[in-house]
Design a protein around this ligand. Structure first.
Ligand SMILES: NC(=O)c1ccc[n+]([C@@H]2O[C@H](COP(=O)([O-])OP(=O)(O)OC[C@H]3O[C@@H](n4cnc5c(N)ncnc54)[C@H](OP(=O)(O)O)[C@@H]3O)[C@@H](O)[C@H]2O)c1
Length: 308
């Protein structure tokens, strides 16, 4: 198979922090172009937007969209209509209907669409999934609490409609829980705290019920300074199964089982290469559905204004 010629769209924080290195470290894919309104990268073709890229004649096979979720649909649609494979940063879009529309379009065009969930690639996730399939789960509690000023400085889009606010990190936790839980679950209560001057929540308290009647709770908060918390605690009849550090560490019955280096984005690109080569897509939108439900069932609380 010849190498997949890839373009990155949206050369911002995550593209620079993770995508560039992961692409360089992955066999079967090479970066040949970038489309970004302001940013440029040495050594590849640079354009200000995806339309200019697609019209340029520069040969690419696929695009990786690293822009904010608002506006992603138009970019993904343009790429698919031009016959390109598409990899989407999380969240895969700004609405539920648009991501299902993209999925259908990818099928019609015979191109691969990959809705990535980088947190699912954290080292503890697959071992936890296997373990929980063999245990009897009693309850689940998620604590996802971080300092928005540290992780998202100056990112105005994240506070706008479609930017998801605290669900931008919270959806990572939901991507793990939807992966490791042996049964499906749905939202039953949602309390959302909106800063008085912002369109997106800074905190969320959620309660879910599983098909079999289990309770799952989640507390997302962007106001945590000091140590950051990205933990998922699953109580089982056989003992606790705890994922910490965003799913990179696993504690089973109180004992550390896995403490591993971060390979999330390398795993994503490896999977994208295999999807393209096999002519397949990978589009599980369930974490985004839960977030949409949280807004749909959400009780709104107005809290202190937020300034960067
Ligand atoms: N930051 C993280 O740690 C992280 C981790 C995992 C996933 N993600 C996901 O990756 C996506 C991008 O996040 P990011 O943190 O990289 O954001 P970011 O730093 O704001 O970068 C996004 C880039 O997209 C381009 N862009 C195009 N249209 C834009 C618009 N209307 N508003 C703002 N920027 C626009 C901008 O580059 P130009 O100005 O050059 O066009 C911008 O630098 C999000 O979906 C996010 O959830 C982020």
């Amino acid at each position: 198979m010849s190498s997949i010629r890839l373009a990155i769209v949206g050369l911002g924080k995550i593209a620079r922090d993770q995508h560039l290195q992961a692409i360089a470290a992955t066999d079967g894919i090479e970066l040949v172009a970038v489309a970004s309104r302001n940013a440029k990268l040495d050594g590849v073709h640079c354009f200000t937007d995806i339309d200019a890229l697609l019209a340029s004649g520069v040969e690419i096979d696929a695009v990786s969209l690293c822009t904010p979720p608002q506006g992603r649909f138009e970019q993904a649609r343009a790429a698919l209509l031009a016959g390109k494979h598409v990899m989407l940063e999380k969240p895969p879009g700004a609405t539920i209907a648009e991501v299902f529309a993209l999925d259908r379009l990818a099928g019609q065009q015979g191109r691969s669409l990959y809705a990535t969930w980088h947190s699912r690639e954290a080292a503890a996730v697959e071992p936890a999934r296997k373990l929980l399939s063999e245990r009897k789960v009693k309850s689940v509690h998620v604590e996802w609490k971080e300092d928005v000023r540290h992780w998202h400085p100056g990112q105005d889009w994240i506070w706008e409609p479609g930017g998801l606010g605290v669900f931008d990190p919270g959806i990572n936790a939901l991507s793990i829980v939807t992966r490791i839980m042996p049964e499906s679950f749905h939202l039953v209560a949602s309390d959302l705290s909106f800063p008085a001057n912002r369109a997106a929540p800074i905190a969320a308290d959620l309660e879910f019920r599983s098909a079999g009647g289990l309770t799952l709770t989640a507390a997302f908060d962007w106001r945590q300074t000091g140590p950051q918390t990205w933990d998922i605690r699953v109580e089982t009849e056989e003992g606790p199964v705890v994922l910490t550090h965003g799913g990179s560490r696993l504690f089973v019955d109180g004992a550390a089982q896995i403490v591993e280096e971060d390979r999330e984005y390398r795993n994503l690109y490896k999977h994208f290469v295999s999807l393209v080569n096999a002519g397949q897509s990978d589009t599980d939108f369930s974490p985004l559905v839960h977030v949409a439900d949280a807004f749909m069932l959400g009780r709104r609380h107005v809290v202190e204004t937020f300034e960067d």
